[in-house]
Design a protein around this ligand. Sequence first.
Ligand SMILES: Cc1cc2nc3c(=O)[nH]c(=O)nc-3n(C[C@H](O)[C@H](O)[C@H](O)COP(=O)(O)OP(=O)(O)OC[C@H]3O[C@@H](n4cnc5c(N)ncnc54)[C@H](O)[C@@H]3O)c2cc1C
Length: 584
Amino acid sequence: MAASASLCFPAYRNTGGFAGFSGGRRVSTQFTPRGLTVRSDLESNVSDMSVNAPKGLFPPEPEHYRGPKLKVAIIGAGLAGMSTAVELLDQGHEVDIYESRSFIGGKVGSFVDRKGNHIEMGLHVFFGCYNNLFRLMKKVGADKNLLVKEHSHTFVNKGGEIGDVYIISELDFRFPIGAPIHGIRAFLTTNQLKTYDKARNAVALALSPVVRALVDPDGAMNDIRNLDNISFSDWFLSKGGTRMSIQRMWDPVAYALGFIDCDNISARCMLTIFSLFATKTEASLLRMLKGSPDVYLSGPIKKYIMDKGGRFHLRWGCREVLYDRLPDGGVYVSGLAMSKATQKKIVKADAYVAACDVPGIKRLVPRNWREWEFFDNIFKLVGVPVVTVQLRYNGWITELRDLERARQLRQAAGLDNLLYTPDADFSCFADLALTSPEDYYLEGQGSLLQCVLTPGDPYMPLLNDEIIRRVSKQVLSLFPSSQGLDVTWSSVVKIGQSLYREGPGKDPFRPDQKTPVKNFFLAGSYTKQDYIDSMEGATLSGRQASAYICDAGEELTALRKAIAIVEMDRAGCSTYTSDELTLV
Ligand SMILES: Cc1cc2nc3c(=O)[nH]c(=O)nc-3n(C[C@H](O)[C@H](O)[C@H](O)COP(=O)(O)OP(=O)(O)OC[C@H]3O[C@@H](n4cnc5c(N)ncnc54)[C@H](O)[C@@H]3O)c2cc1C
């Protein structure tokens, strides 16, 4: 396999919206219409989550912090850790971030390999209701780094003939009247379901808390939380939905949201998203980064953090959270045992934030802390395996209309959006050369498919060559028109435990950001927040962690003094000289 070149040019965008009828089936494919500039800012087409939305989803701006300046050590430079850092720096605190990997961003991270390829941890799309993440992106000057896609969710079905565009069907939200009308119309007109299934689908959704969400978002959110202990399939079938709807539409969506199918995902997880789609016109509108996350997302966040005095310590992994007891019996963290290759050090701070993933936090929680139900509950959460594959081709895989265009390498061509499929081992995928052209369109090369394999379990033990062989075979069977095009480069990223498994009954085990240990806090998309495990959830968790730390400013300073006295006593010193307090 030949490696891809590193020259980057913006993609030519395919022209001409297309809509037609075949055998009574309306089809419309989403090629960016000629003459339309692609919108790339966050000024418009964003849901306002501060009104008519559950209160917890988008907290109001924090009050200006006037308490003592704190030194905070954060473990993990994923979105949650960086969101926490930005909030704390904005409030005047001192922040150090320790990341065990050589790159930042965590699950939405990417790095450039020796041959110049951007390797991503996974395919990422941004819903129009990501107010916390958009707020962060605006803060750090990354608000022009997203490309808005057509307001439609596209399904690719197997069984099309060569040159056949009818393998595509859509949930098309493009309608002059917004939520919930655009959603109702999208479901009524989609080809993805037969009329009978659509009718039963409508009944199920009409009997769901989604309807209450239209008038009482907080009440609906409570109802949705109460459906955490039932799977989406059980709930949906009990309300009259059909197995066919699950197979053709909801399984690919569930896989895309949580990497597990409708039989395994909680009704809470799916209905959280449905209620947002029903109440917020833009919630279902997708955006994608212009290019790779390291350049267009984590890069600007890192710069903002460093400009404000924050420090990143890459390849510094936390091995152990050290703790002790005060004379009154209260447990406190006394430091973090860190290591980088053979180097070792102890890091001390006023507050410690573990902004890890699920396996990361399980490794860090001291064994004795599991006596607390709070920490023990974390061990009831597990991460879901997922495999992401990138395939570079010498042509345009999703160009279905014009076989000649699919085989030339002068211009990008094909479907510029996230694509779902019920008919492959990857539930969602996109051609990054079209969707995120800045880093992925390469002159003289074709599609760069990024496919998310769900469930990932069967693929974890396979060798990369075998994974590529299976995935490229399935790409061909989805797009018979791509017969004859070759894979010229590929990569495979396996994450053994990625999102926490949002199965029935798991929500109560998610920990709050504030813990029973006064100077120890958590952040991370798996921690308690009202959104699902996602970039938005990670960002929100960081805001919540920062708010708790600021609220505890005085208490943490008092704890600093108490710890100093205890440690000096143990060291045999008789006098304690108080630290000068710096007020922010
Ligand atoms: C394939 C894939 C596709 C996805 N698609 C989407 C999407 O389309 N839309 C969306 O909103 N979300 C998506 N997500 C989810 C999203 O990426 C995550 O929810 C979010 O990035 C989690 O951020 P986090 O900071 O909570 O955790 P992470 O990103 O996991 O960050 C945790 C960080 O902590 C570090 N760490 C852990 N332990 C230690 C230690 N002991 N010492 C030092 N560092 C440590 C890790 O190395 C990591 O960098 C996707 C995820 C994957 C895997």
